[in-house]
Ligand binder design. Structure first.
Ligand code: NAD
Ligand code: UDP
Ligand code: UDP
Length: 337
């Protein structure tokens, strides 16, 4: 009574090869911050057709408004925890809330998105023979005991903490990717993304760069969470998108760290935002949340060697670009200061 499945067609790129000359690309989470910048870059290539699926939990149609109605673009409201039937050549799988306040809001849903969502996208990749890229995270290293973090480091992650839905969710997602690769021969790519910033970040999503810029523009004190000596490394979104596309197009499965190795304490970041945007605002120390990693900085040797990639935009150059976008969205023109 078991029906045997038809054999797969010969090439992973068969939709492009047999039915059209275009490359059909699915971007899950494409209405979000990084996803929408990725879509902008993919759409610049006239050979690409882009399908975005997003449930709009943290993303917005507004981020994609320039493409809505474009003949090579399609936007589908869909939750990746449900099966999806589309015919594509490549899958950039980004769907997942990325900011702690959003991923902790419904932790069970965050795990489902990472585990069932990734399983569904892998099932889809298997059925259509597509190459799939997962945006994993530096959080897989947890509160790292090795610094900077190379891809070979297995991490120091609390399995039962409030961040675990995200950290452990992404770790399982990586495992699923490799199991589908080994068991079913799926072509996989894994990017371990470090903190990324730029225009279109959610204004009130609680992440440190968006918080500080919004606070500076609203004339509020910059809230540095204690002790303020914890470090992060911030990558501008255009560099991130460039790294993701190189990884997808290259020959290496990864995981590969994509991030900017410039490392700053949160106090230094606050001082920089204050100096660049609003020298008169105060900096105040506030309580931190549990399990906050004390330090984080990517070792990007692999990205340099295997992808020929390294970030170009320095923090001091990227912050003003984000300031411009936040001023527009918050309605705080520069002249009024
Ligand atoms: P974002 O919240 O702006 O984008 C995520 C998108 O996924 C949103 O549009 C959201 O609506 C959508 N989404 C969430 N759950 C979904 C579901 N179940 N079904 C369909 N869509 C869903 O976040 P971002 O910063 O653009 O992050 C994109 C990816 O990069 C995420 O996978 C995140 O884990 C990863 N990442 C981001 C950073 C960072 O600093 N921004 C760091 C490490 C990893
Ligand atoms: N899946 C999907 N789209 C597809 C093919 C599969 O969403 O085009 C889902 C499917 O519903 C399943 C998951 O991907 O839950 C894993 O699929 P796979 O074929 O690997 O496993 P199986 O269905 O045999 O459990
Ligand atoms: N942080 C801060 N003030 C804020 C928000 C965050 O000092 O208003 C700190 C936070 O304690 C952490 C760092 O900034 O050490 C980065 O936090 P974020 O939530 O942006 O990212 P993640 O912890 O996921 O790296």
């Amino acid at each position: 009574q078991t029906t045997s499945k038809p054999p797969p067609l010969p090439s992973p790129l068969r939709f492009s090869k047999f039915f059209q000359s275009n490359m059909r690309i699915l971007v899950t989470g494409g209405a979000g911050f990084i996803g929408s910048h990725l879509v902008d870059r993919l759409m610049e290539n006239e050979k690409n057709e882009v399908i975005v699926v997003d449930n709009y939990f943290t993303g917005s149609k507004d981020n994609l408004k320039r493409w809505i109605g474009h003949p090579r673009f399609e936007l589908i409201r869909h939750d990746v925890t449900e099966p999806l039937l589309v015919e594509v050549d490549q899958i950039y799988h980004l769907a997942c809330p990325a900011s702690p306040i959003f991923y902790k809001y419904n932790p069970v849903k965050t795990i489902k998105t990472n585990v069932i969502g990734t399983l569904n996208m892998l099932g889809l990749a298997k059925r259509v023979g597509a190459r799939i890229l997962l945006t994993s995270t530096s959080e897989v290293y947890g509160d790292p005991l090795i610094h900077p973090q190379p891809e070979s480091y297995w991490g120091n992650v609390n399995p039962i903490g409030v961040r675990s839905c995200y950290d452990e969710g992404k770790r399982v997602a990586e495992t699923l990717m490799f199991d589908y690769h080994r068991q079913h021969g799926i072509e996989i790519r894994i990017a371990r993304i470090f903190n990324t910033y730029g225009p279109r970040m959610n204004i009130d999503d609680g992440r440190v760069v968006s918080n500080f810029i919004a606070q500076a523009l609203r004339g509020e004190a910059l809230t540095v969470q204690k002790p303020g000596t914890q470090t992060r490394s911030f990558c501008y979104v255009s560099d991130m998108v460039d790294g993701l596309i190189r990884l997808m197009e290259g020959e290496n499965t990864g995981p590969i760290n994509i991030g900017n190795p410039g490392e700053f304490t949160m106090l230094e970041l606050a001082e920089t935002v204050k100096e660049l945007i609003s020298p008169e605002v105060e900096i105040k120390m506030v309580e931190n949340t549990p399990d906050d990693p004390r330090q984080r900085k990517p070792d990007i040797t692999k990205a340099k060697e295997l992808l020929g990639w390294e970030p170009k935009v320095k923090l001091r150059d990227g912050l003003p670009l984000m300031e411009e976008d936040f001023r527009l969205r918050l309605g705080v023109p520069k002249d009024n200061e």
